[in-house]
Write a protein that binds this ligand. Structure first.
Ligand code: LFR
Length: 503
């Protein structure tokens, strides 16, 4: 039996990777062929992704992944973070580098949109929680700035312009095919809630030209082929280009090795996405007020989740210490946290003050000062404060999931880079009182590969994907400990989080 190979490109907000997946019978193995940093560029007061660099790195990854096995790679697929997009003109040229979701413009754009449609209306129409990063706000701001938009949509001067979310944009430059995939489009706020369908009434309310939006495709669709030029440039042989769960979180959730139902998931990287998978969206006022959103899953259904800061605070602290010439590995940081005092101070990781890049240790200290808590001075104390705060946030989210769905998840599946942080996994079990099953770390890439096999007709569907993941990757189970101290810490956490929900 010859293994079937595919390439998965997984772009995170901080770094990207290309892996080669091999499916040998019922076992998937992943081999990383290329890893690269993803460094956004601040240009005056604007923050951009360096799309050209990212496309260059994608090509490097394809070249390396296909090296030595001409014609044996069946396909390639891309997944990325959500919400961001590029606009292309009628000739397929990129009009501008895609903006970063952390760009400061989006706060104003969100306010402008909310003048026309309030939060409840938006939520009811799209199922997506109004957050300044959402495509709907970004796009409104961009079109306003460039003068394309007016509430009178006849003012659209450029009917050939198309919007493609980042994975779709990569796919377009790989294959020449224009389409938006459902899961990535579901992060935009521009679909009908819970449906694979553009929300035209919503677009026209805001004067967003409907002509911007190409066709929607389901996860696991063969989109086209790697263009002849690229086959030559990269010496690869022909391969298909597939739309998988083009949103990283969607691909990651596909690779949860779940056997039980009603589980909660945490996909933990720069962000932490915590929620449950469902057949239909939760659209209650309570869900909106608690800060839950509804996005798409790879089987065309819904994940109701909270999108909160994850390892972002820790990553930014590490970067700040590096700027000060203090270098720590992640393992060292965890060790320092283990030896720091427990439950000294808590922050709300999703607070606005932590949103933009910068001196994070200082902001954490200021937050603690402002809230009359002990100020964490040492590196260990700061890391401990972050990890405990994240775990307490997960506890709160679990309680809220129970409130909005009526079911308390009996177990949490944790996937993504956060799984490496064993202290965070244990804290999560302790804080929530629910066992945590951690793994796989590389869930997005695994889900990406396996959805390609579905598109290629080699794997049947989602439940087969989950079986293959179980057979292919180790997981670790964390059982709750120290419940009393954590219960007490949770009480304290709640004081600082009164209704400060969805930033
Ligand atoms: C995670 C993620 C989240 C999304 C955030 C910003 O990588 O895709 O799901 O909300 O990035 O796009």
């Amino acid at each position: 039996y010859q293994a079937a190979y595919v390439l998965a490109a997984d772009f995170g907000a901080g770094s990207g990777r290309v892996v080669r997946g091999a499916l040998d019978g019922r076992r998937l193995t992943l081999h990383e062929v290329h890893r690269f940093p993803n460094e956004p560029v601040q240009l005056r007061d604007e923050l951009y992704w360096d799309f050209l660099r990212l496309f260059y790195e994608l090509k490097q990854g394809i070249r390396k992944g296909a090296e030595g096995m001409p014609g044996r790679i069946k396909s390639i697929a891309v997944d990325t973070w959500g919400v961001d997009y590029g606009l292309i003109d009628g000739a397929g040229r990129l009009r501008c580098n895609p903006r970063h979701y952390r760009d400061a413009r989006h706060a104003k754009s969100m306010n402008d949109v909310l003048q026309m449609l309030n939060e409840q209306e938006l939520y009811a129409m799209s199922g997506v929680l109004p957050q300044q990063i959402n495509t709907i706000f970004q796009l409104y701001g961009e079109l306003q700035d460039s003068g394309i938009n007016s509430k009178d949509s006849t003012m659209n001067p450029d009917a050939d312009t198309r919007l493609l979310f980042l994975p779709d944009l990569f796919n377009y430059y790989l294959s020449g095919e224009q389409a938006c995939e459902y899961t990535i489009a579901s992060t935009s706020g521009l679909l009908h809630s819970g449906e694979v369908k553009w929300n035209e009434p919503l677009m026209s309310r805001l004067g967003l030209p409907v002509s911007l939006f190409p066709r929607l495709v389901h996860s696991g669709t063969v989109l086209g082929h790697l263009s002849d030029d690229l086959v030559r440039e990269l010496h690869t042989g022909p391969m298909k280009v597939v739309s998988v769960g083009s949103h990283d979180t969607a691909s990651a959730l596909a690779a949860i090795p779940a056997t039980e139902s009603n589980y909660a998931f945490i996909s933990c990287g720069t962000w932490s996405l915590m929620g449950v998978e469902r057949d239909s969206p939760v659209l209650s006022v309570q869900a909106l007020e608690l800060g839950f959103t509804n996005e798409g899953t790879v089987n065309g259904k819904v994940r109701t989740l909270k999108n909160r800061s994850g390892l972002w605070l820790l990553q930014e602290c590490k970067r700040q210490w590096e700027r000060e010439n203090r270098f720590y590995s992640h393992e060292e940081l965890v060790q320092l946290a283990v030896s720091a005092g427990a439950h000294q101070s808590v922050v709300s990781p999703g607070d606005d003050v932590f949103m933009s890049p910068g001196d994070m240790p200082k902001r954490i200290r200021q937050y603690c000062e402002r809230t009359f808590q002990p100020v964490p001075e040492s590196v260990g104390a700061i890391v401990r404060c972050i990890l405990e705060s994240l775990a307490l946030e997960f506890r709160q989210t679990l309680d809220e999931l129970e409130q909005i769905t009526g079911v308390r998840p009996p177990v949490i599946h944790m996937v993504g880079g956060g799984v490496h942080n064993r202290l965070l996994c244990q804290f999560t079990a302790n804080a929530t009182g629910v066992p945590v099953i951690a793994g796989p770390v590389e869930a997005s890439s695994a889900g990406n590969c396996l959805l390609q096999y579905v598109a290629l007709g080699e794997v049947g569907g989602l439940s087969e994907i989950r079986d293959i993941v179980s057979a292919s990757f180790d997981t670790e189970m964390y059982t709750p400990q120290d419940s009393e101290c954590w219960q007490e810490a949770y009480g304290k956490y709640q004081q600082f989080n009164q209704r400060k929900q969805h930033q």
